[in-house]
Design a binder for this molecule. Structure first.
Ligand code: SAH
Ligand code: SF4
Ligand code: F3S
Length: 473
């Protein structure tokens, strides 16, 4: 089946029938062979994709698969891809390439590739022609069709290329298998309307659509009741929540309502767009019980000329106004940002403007990216900055930020901060690690019983990326 035309809408009840069908088939296979079937879900990209993968894993479980972390035992592999930069796409394709030998060893293995890359026709074609052992592909708009596609693949035995949905919708009530039992993602809106000139997201994730407030409140309340301690509300442009569909409430109203839920938890959100970072939102944060004093506010560039050609709808003055107001209302706020280096047309002078802004704002941390042309976006057609220049600027940016980050973290030495413990540190197994309310990484000597709990850590030293301290009893 090569689905050229958009499929008719599929509701969750129909969905359940496909889930039940695969479940029944898997169950008879288990009885016949005495073995369970395993599913491996692999995720690239942002938190939105991680949240989607928890739904894919939930669907796998509902269909009778046991979710595994070991790809070698898998009977079903689902690769959830990201298209944000070329590097992410190349890495994913190379990993899909490595699965060829698994299919050779186990011809019954089913491989699905989904996510943002698969919403692009040229990437679907890459899979079609270069990875003939991939069984079916679908984009983010069709995530809820995963059981249907798996069913059809098994029934027909042919490869399936799912087209994008005719209309992007919000699909509620999909099963979900959360990775953690104390940190949770809650998507509150999907898609993006902003069309920043460098960015692929609006093309692969469709238009903005918000979930109903009641659904979100119910989900967060249930998470808190189950003991979740750290809940992050997600959206590509989370603070434009509610603007679609002419609702009478906005993101700040949603936050107020969630903040009123009783319990011991911290609430975060990402990613905010400066054009929608209102005073009302900052006031709600400042007055709240549960909302972390943490703000990720991508600036992208410190040059007004570049911000305008990026189509960002703010200038440095407006950006600084938000930062100053945030610091006035919440002096302890942690502020992080995203910066793109080497955007088409960026001159040395524009870059120096960015450095000046870093020195003025003094971010706690930066996520910096070298500009990567994305097919189909306007900026990909513009004259590019030579690689060598971009590389020099990128290193300079990292060096400047490293110093600022270290100074910001040094200022916390001697203070005692609440930290949600994640367990033994991956890089240093003598220490435990966790996240402060400001979302900074903290290392300390902990015990297994601290995992998933709030502890208090007095900071003894810091580097640009983390705090090191002593747990208080
Ligand atoms: N919706 C969020 C984040 C989008 S993607 C926002 O608006 O801020 C995360 C980050 O990736 C962006 O903030 C941007 O800094 C970076 N990014 C997006 N497209 C890029 C591209 N083509 N090249 C390099 N970095 C990019
Ligand atoms: Fe991309 Fe801009 Fe939308 Fe963020 S706001 S997802 S950077 S288009
Ligand atoms: Fe990547 Fe898609 Fe997220 S392109 S950054 S996974 S929205």
């Amino acid at each position: 089946m090569n689905l050229k035309k958009p499929l008719p809408p599929l509701d969750v009840a129909e969905q359940q029938r496909y889930i039940a069908q695969v479940h029944a088939e898997n169950e008879s296979c288990r009885i016949a062979t005495g073995k369970s079937l395993y599913a491996f879900v692999q995720t690239f990209g942002c938190q939105q994709n991680e949240a989607d993968s928890e739904k894919l894993a939930g669907l796998c479980e509902a269909m009778g698969y046991t979710v595994t972390q070991d790809v070698r035992v898998a009977d079903l592999i689902v690769v959830n891809t990201c298209a944000i930069r070329e590097h992410a796409e190349k890495k994913t394709l190379s990993i899909v390439g490595q699965y060829k030998h698994l299919k050779e060893q186990k011809p019954s293995l089913i491989i699905a590739v989904c996510g943002c890359m698969m919403a692009q026709e040229h990437r679907q074609n890459d899979v079609k022609f270069r990875y003939p052992y991939v069984d079916f592909v679908f984009g983010p708009s069709s995530l809820h069709r995963f059981p249907q596609l798996l069913c059809e693949k098994r029934r027909l035995g042919k490869r399936i290329y799912c087209p994008e949905e005719a209309e992007y919708t919000v699909v509620e009530d999909l099963p979900i298998r959360r990775e953690s039992d104390y940190r949770a993602w809650v998507s509150v809106m999907y898609g993006c309307n902003n069309f920043c000139s460098y960015c692929i997201v609006p093309y692969v994730r469709g238009r903005e659509r918000s979930r109903e407030k009641e659904k979100i409140v119910a989900e967060v309340r249930e998470l808190v009741q189950k003991g979740y301690k750290d809940i992050t509300l997600l959206g590509q442009n989370v603070n434009s929540y509610g603007k679609d569909g002419g609702r009478a409430y906005d993101f700040a109203d949603l936050l107020s309502e969630l903040d009123a839920i009783e319990g011991d938890f911290v609430l975060r959100f990402m990613t905010s767009h400066p054009k929608d970072a209102s005073r009302k939102l900052i006031d709600v944060m400042a007055a709240s019980k549960h909302i972390a004093h943490q703000f990720h506010l991508p600036m992208q560039s410190g040059s007004d000329r570049i911000l305008s050609s990026m189509n960002r709808h703010y200038d440095t003055e407006k950006y600084l106004g938000i930062i100053d107001y945030m610091r006035k209302r919440m002096p302890d706020v942690t502020i992080t940002s995203d910066i793109i280096v080497g955007f088409p047309g960026e001159t040395e002078e524009d870059f120096e403007d960015t450095i000046r802004m870093l020195e003025r704002v003094r971010f706690d941390m930066l996520y910096s990216f070298i500009y990567s042309p994305r097919k189909g976006t306007p900026a990909a057609e513009w004259e590019q900055v030579p690689r060598e220049e971009t590389a020099v600027r990128f290193d300079r940016l990292l060096a400047v930020q490293k110093e600022i980050g270290k100074e910001k973290n040094d200022a916390l030495v001697g203070t005692t901060l609440r930290v949600l413990c994640d367990g033994v540190s991956k890089g240093n197994d003598a220490l435990y690690s966790g996240r402060t309310d400001g979302n900074k990484i903290a290392f300390f000597e902990g015990t297994p019983s601290d995992v998933g709990k709030f502890v208090f850590v007095t900071v003894e030293r810091a580097d640009a990326f983390a705090l090191y301290g002593k747990k208080e009893n």
